[in-house]
Write a protein that binds this ligand. Structure first.
Ligand code: ZN
Length: 110
């Protein structure tokens, strides 16, 4: 995946996350803007909305960080070990900051 493709995918993810975060926060503009695709989701459960907001906010941070790495020219390198993150992993998760080994180490630490 080249940088241009990565940037396009990350920017569309960012736009989508901003929209979701707006909806979850109850922004009336975003709620009005909500597409039929989301109509099935029930946000009356405050706890669930809060949990989704936490996930969306964390993912937004990862996407923003990945865009920053693109600007710095270090996109696609593992932030921990500096090795190239496998192409297939970036295809699946363009915001991935770590290779699989470093990511699982990170998750064990938590
Ligand atoms: Zn690594």
């Amino acid at each position: 995946m080249d940088d241009t493709t990565a940037r396009e995918r990350l920017e569309s993810m960012l736009a989508e996350l901003d929209r979701s975060i707006g909806v979850l926060r109850g922004d009336p503009v975003a709620v009005r803007d909500r597409s039929a695709a989301d109509a099935g989701s029930d946000l009356t459960d405050t706890d669930r909305a809060q949990a989704m907001l936490t996930v969306a906010t964390a993912q937004r941070g990862a996407v923003v960080a990945a865009l920053r790495r693109l600007d710095e020219g270090s996109y696609g390198e593992c932030v921990d070990c500096g090795k190239q993150v496998p192409e297939g992993r970036l295809e699946a998760r363009p915001e991935a900051a770590r290779c699989v080994q470093c990511q699982s180490r990170q998750e064990r630490r938590r």
